[in-house]
Design a protein around this ligand. Structure first.
Ligand code: HEC
Length: 160
């Protein structure tokens, strides 16, 4: 309903602190080349570890995350099922892996744009096709392309 965002200017974290930046949508985030606005982590698994520990977000230590998860029998049981070959499956890496696996399900499924990209030319009406033509002619598609319409390169602001 909120497009995969929290719909506030900057997110609210531990002790009602406000984060410094607007949170990007989680939808289709798995397809991005890098995570965070500055791209400081390469994928969602690495990304997931950040907000848990950031003092303005969850303000947890990995040790405290493990202790909390281990104190909840259902999580212990589910972790064993999810990582059957591991003796002690509640690790910080596995927490991040589980979050990645969940986020990878948060996709914008089969939109008309996706259908059009797959070759269904009837997915767009005449007006939408004209819009797309304009979008391409004006050079927008040089940055906004693919199923996510962007998120796969860095671009300086103010130069478009
Ligand atoms: C040089 C690369 C580049 C070009 C060319 C470009 N954009 Fe962007 N655009 C960006 C970047 C970078 C952002 C910011 C990232 C973001 O908000 O997801 C952005 C953001 C946007 C957003 C906001 C997206 C959001 O999630 O809030 C819209 C809408 C948009 N551009 C439309 C256009 C249109 C229309 C054109 C063509 C007239 C265009 N852009 C051309 C790079 C570009």
């Amino acid at each position: 309903m909120l497009g995969g965002t929290d719909n506030v200017e900057t997110s609210i974290g531990h002790g009602w602190q406000k984060g410094p930046r607007n949170a990007p949508t989680v939808l289709d985030a798995v397809y991005h080349t890098a995570q965070f606005w500055g791209g400081r982590t390469k994928d969602l698994m690495e990304q997931a570890k950040g907000p848990i520990q950031a003092s303005v977000e969850k303000n947890y230590t990995p040790e405290r995350v493990m202790a909390t998860l281990k104190s909840i029998p259902k999580y212990v049981e589910m972790s064993k099922k999810a990582f059957p070959k591991e003796k002690d499956p509640i690790t910080f890496d596995n927490v991040a892996k589980a979050i990645l696996a969940f986020e990878a399900t948060l996709l914008i499924p089969n939109s008309r744009f996706d259908k059009f990209l797959k070759g269904d030319t009837k997915a767009f009406n005449k007006e939408e096709k004209e819009g797309l033509k304009l979008f391409i002619e004006k050079g927008c598609a040089s940055c906004h392309s693919g199923i996510t319409l962007g998120g796969h390169m860095y671009a300086p602001f103010g130069l478009t």
